[in-house]
Design a protein around this ligand. Structure first.
Ligand code: FAD
Ligand code: N01
Length: 529
């Protein structure tokens, strides 16, 4: 694959977003290519090979819907597929639509500069390649730039340091003494899996998570066929739903339920996994009292699951349920009951140093052959900011976003013409079944490029006023929910220390309608020339 070319579009990233974007643009007759830093397709599912990694939205829903034949033919083996199976699926997609011939692997986009004279993007890669393209499409992932923790002395450690999002399959942790940091979705999965074969595991937790049992299981005979019989209808419901799930939120508020009925509803939701619990009541993410009833129930489940009362206390969150990403667990609380696992709350026991072979706190020393970091991502913006992107007048995207990321519809940034972000800040993507959002973003961008071609337009750019109004709306909607109540990666921080809530919480369906309305009105809020 050449790493230099003159094209209609360059797509950065070969995950769910980039693969579909390439397929879609090819179908519409545009010349397009993908540049991918990894050596294979899959994005999230290529990089996150840590033990226990799997999705927490049922695979029959967490998958592409754009080709009815693909969704009918692909067979999932489990309710929630493990990383390897999702990667096989994306490998299959790449082969099925012959995508690899237009993907440059092991190549990182380092810079993209808008050329005013030609109205095109000049893109550079770390392999010395360069692309001259009309459109730049960032399919770089909202959760793809790993975040390293600020741990004093980490550079002195002589064992292996593994981040869950850059996992090295060749490292064998069997029987080893491991210190693990982070108890979000990744950490919860990794701790449960590692606890079964490491010698000793010390889990350093900062903020506890609410974790719902995944109740994962093989798909039973006939179950998949039955689900596929109404696939089209279910996909359509998901596209117009609040969170991108086929099942809508259950009606009613927890506040109006009598205790026995409340318990029954919550047990039912709890057993349906994270999507079930988030859907337990229609006001769960909006009403403090309703949320607290569900949160209290979830806290009770933690107390029941964890034998040591002090560990149970440390593991109990105090923020509204769902205001940080709800986690899915398979054996996490069981792991903490094991003799080879101990829990350290770093808010009560501060990490003061890391030496060649140990993590030192202000209370004790914990030996380590390896350190595992499940410390998350520079979410929503990290992968974009890692590229030297310069728009009109040479303005740098990092400077433009220093006061908070801004993107009209989460898709385009004023001052950066002909640039699109898939799952950008201000889109609902990370607060939904992300594949549903990705398909919407990709289809909207493809439609926009087709409409421009049909009307003879060469440049599209978001109006600064429309963008500002969109970000104001994103914030306004977030403030009507309980999301801002927790400290989470949903929030970005401005240079002057202000929080900016990044995802659009107004719902996948409402967002889709807004995007379609704007396109139908001749791209209202954009300048076209
Ligand atoms: P990614 O899959 O992140 O792909 C982006 C690609 O861009 C990467 O391969 C990266 O290498 C490449 N890239 C970035 N910058 C550059 C550059 N400068 N040059 C070249 N290449 C570059 N979502 C759900 O809805 N349900 C789930 O159950 C779920 N589970 C998840 C589990 C894990 C462990 C993680 C981390 C995320 C999960 N997500 C889940 C979110 C998940 O990220 C999305 O669902 C989806 O996979 C994102 O696809 P994407 O193509 O947009 O981005
Ligand atoms: O990252 P996170 P993640 N000492 O940011 C802690 C998706 N996903 O990779 O919050 C101790 O959630 C940090 O603490 P705090 C999903 O969208 C899905 O787990 O900063 N701890 C936090 O607890 C998810 O939300 C699945 O106080 C330290 C943790 O590290 C997103 O990806 C699986 C620390 C990071 O949690 C990100 O999840 C995996 C320190 N010094 C991922 N520094 C599914 O199952 C940080 N932390 C679908």
């Amino acid at each position: 694959m050449p790493d230099s070319a003159k094209l209609d579009a360059l797509i950065v990233g070969a995950g769910f977003s980039g693969l579909y974007m390439l397929h879609k643009l090819r179908q519409e007759g545009f010349s397009a290519q993908v540049v991918e830093a990894g050596s294979g397709v899959g994005g999230t599912w290529f990089w996150n090979r840590y033990p226990g990694a799997r999705c927490d939205i049922p695979s029959l829903e967490y998958s592409y819907s754009f080709d009815p034949q693909l969704e009918q033919e692909w067979e999932w083996t489990e309710r929630y597929a493990a990383q390897g199976e999702i990667l096989s699926y994306l490998d299959h997609v790449a082969d099925r639509y012959d995508l690899r011939r237009d993907i440059a692997f092991d190549t990182r986009v380092t810079a993209a500069h808008w050329d005013e004279a030609t109205s095109r993007w000049q893109v550079e890669t770390d392999t010395g390649g360069s692309f001259d393209v009309q459109f730049l499409i960032l399919a770089t992932g909202a959760l793809s730039e790993p975040k390293m923790p600020d741990l004093p002395g980490l550079e002195k450690f002589e064992g292996k340091v593994l981040h869950t999002a850059k996992w090295d399959d060749s490292v064998d942790l069997k029987g080893k003494t491991v210190c693990h940091f982070g108890t979000g979705s990744s950490g919860i999965q990794a701790v449960a899996a590692m606890s079964e074969y490491v010698g000793h595991l010390t889990v350093f937790q900062r903020t506890p998570s609410y974790a719902v049992p995944a109740n994962n299981r093989p798909l039973e005979d006939g179950e998949q066929e039955a689900a596929k019989a109404t696939y089209r209808e279910k996909r359509d419901v998901a596209r117009h739903s609040p969170l991108g799930f086929a099942a809508p939120p259950m009606p009613g508020s927890a506040k109006t339920f009598a205790p026995a009925a409340l318990k029954e509803r919550l047990e039912q939701a709890w057993n349906a996994g994270t999507t079930g619990l988030l859907n337990a009541f229609e006001d769960l993410l909006f009403d403090e009292t309703s949320n607290e009833l569900a949160a209290k129930f979830a806290r009770g489940k933690i107390a029941d699951a964890v034998r040591d009362p002090d560990d149970a206390r440390k593991l109990t969150p105090d923020y509204p349920l769902g205001s940080r990403r709800l986690c899915s667990e398979i054996g996490f609380y069981d792991a903490l009951n094991r003799d080879n696992v101990e829990l350290v709350d770093v808010r009560e026991e501060k990490v003061v140093d890391i030496t060649a072979h140990a993590v030192i706190t202000d209370k004790a020393s914990y030996a380590a052959d390896a350190i595992v970091l499940a410390t998350g991502f520079d979410a929503c913006v990290g992968a974009v900011l890692a590229i030297d992107i310069r728009g009109r007048g040479g303005q740098q995207i990092g400077e433009e976003w220093a006061n908070g990321p801004r993107a009209f519809l989460g898709l385009t940034v004023s001052g950066f013409p002909n640039m699109f972000a898939i799952t950008g800040p201000g889109s609902p993507s990370v607060l939904s079944n992300v594949v549903v959002s990705i398909e919407q973003h990709v289809e909207w961008v493809a439609r926009c490029l087709c409409d421009m071609r049909a009307s003879g337009k060469r440049v599209i750019e978001a109006d600064a006023d429309a963008e500002q109004e969109w970000m104001r709306h994103v914030d306004e909607v977030a403030q009507t929910t309980l999301f801002p109540r927790a400290d989470s990666w949903y929030k970005g921080r401005t240079r002057d220390g202000r929080d900016v809530f990044m995802p659009y919480v107004g719902g996948v369906g409402a967002y889709r309608a807004k995007c379609d309305e704007i396109a139908a009105a001749g791209y209202e809020g954009f300048a076209l020339s």
